[in-house]
Design a protein around this ligand. Structure first.
Ligand SMILES: [Zn+2]
Length: 57
């Protein structure tokens, strides 16, 4: 296997209200240094809430 540097990092988006992980996505570590925070629909809260990036592992 070719040893490529892993630039794209898998992350999960966690609802800041109920703390559930509703979405998973990836980000490029070279172009996005800061923490992601997106407004996403949470099916548990039944509304749009801020979702923060968390590590998947
Ligand atoms: Zn929620």
């Amino acid at each position: 296997m070719a040893a490529k540097k892993q630039i794209v990092e898998l992350i999960a988006l966690q609802c800041t209200e109920c703390k559930r992980r509703n979405y998973s996505t990836s980000k490029n570590r070279k172009t996005m240094q800061e923490k992601l925070e997106l407004s996403k629909y949470c099916k548990w809260c039944k509304k749009h809430t801020p979702h923060k990036e968390t590590k998947i592992k």
